[in-house]
Ligand binder design. Sequence first.
Ligand SMILES: [Zn+2]
Length: 128
Amino acid sequence: MSRKRRLREEEKPQPRAKGSARQDLILEIVKTDVTFEQYAEGWVGRCLHCNTSIHVGLSGQSSGTIEHIVPSSAGGSGTDLTNLALACSRCNNEKGIRHDPVYPSDPRAVEVVNNLLAKRKKRWREPG
Ligand SMILES: [Zn+2]
């Protein structure tokens, strides 16, 4: 019987919200982010990084992506809403802003993450 090499912690696949679970999570983020305003067709708010508009439908469908501020690879929560925000697809695809690979070993990445956590905190509203 061949035995697969055991995965190190950082290699384990992270649980990812998919489908309606993902949409539910997006709605939770929207409700706790003061930049998001509800209108007839859904919500519109701002990307955590660049402040560009992000649209979210009433059932949570969005071109925006869920951003883990403290990367899940570094133990950041995927359910704690203070660690989650919405990012536009452009920012999500931009390699330049990715801090995951060097967090928390690089002081610059730590600074970026701390700034994003503070920004998220400033945007926080209690879900009503
Ligand atoms: Zn953006």
